[in-house]
Design a protein around this ligand. Structure first.
Ligand code: MG
Length: 213
């Protein structure tokens, strides 16, 4: 279930390169349309959980992201009505096996394995959308062992949240319980066993803490 909304998790849509500075740090071009991929449901875990590093990778990176939970079905949702389909906002980490992803990118292969290990998508409790005044001004911060590594704001997104819902819903019918990981700001980096990661939404309005093993 999605904490705070009591909806089962359905699809996990993720957006790549939605912050220009992060696209630059990865040496990637700025996308002209949203870059979309999906994670399997086994990636979902929760506040307080421990993420077990997979033996297949030696370079797992954190990517702190604002997560949107859909609460109302829709197809071809307009920008103007996109917000009516959002049940809540939270934070999550799009863990990425960067070494596996780099090989996939070079070979033109999908990212499913790099992004899809068990526990690779921890999410916080969702704050109901009626408690969020301005979804285009959500602050996001990630601490690794107490040090700030990522700091972004939804105002910096290349494709803001209503645009993402409009775009995704032209392809996929969105359903209650669908999650959208909206992309990561710059500052991504590797984790090691023993690390503690904390992600804050709006300086602590909501938070997510996970341990790495
Ligand atoms: Mg990401």
């Amino acid at each position: 279930m999605i904490p705070g909304l009591d909806l089962p998790v359905r699809n996990i849509y993720c957006i790549g390169r939605n912050y220009a500075q992060h696209a630059r740090e990865m040496g990637s071009p700025i996308p002209k349309i949203p870059l979309v991929f999906l994670k399997p449901s086994g990636t979902i875990c929760f506040d307080g959980d421990t993420i077990h590093l997979p033996p297949q990778s030696n370079d797992v990176h954190f990517e702190a992201e604002i997560v949107v939970a859909i609460s109302k079905s829709g197809k071809n949702i307009s920008h103007g009505s996109a917000m009516e389909h959002i049940g809540g906002y939270g934070v999550g980490i799009d863990f990425t096996a960067r070494d596996i992803q780099a090989i996939a990118k070079r070979q033109g292969h999908p990212w499913s394995i790099a992004k899809g290990f068990d526990g690779f998508a921890p999410i916080s409790e969702m704050i109901p959308s009626n408690k969020i005044e301005d979804p285009n001004n959500l602050d996001l911060k990630l601490f690794q062992n107490g040090f700030v590594k990522q700091h972004g704001n939804s105002s910096e997104m290349i494709f803001p949240i209503p645009n993402l819902i409009n775009f995704l819903s032209q392809i996929f019918t969105l359903h209650p319980g669908d999650l959208i990981f909206t992309g990561t700001p710059e500052g991504v980096g590797p984790v090691k066993s023993g690390d503690k990661l904390e992600v804050l939404l709006n300086n602590g309005l909501q938070s997510l803490t996970v341990d790495i093993k």
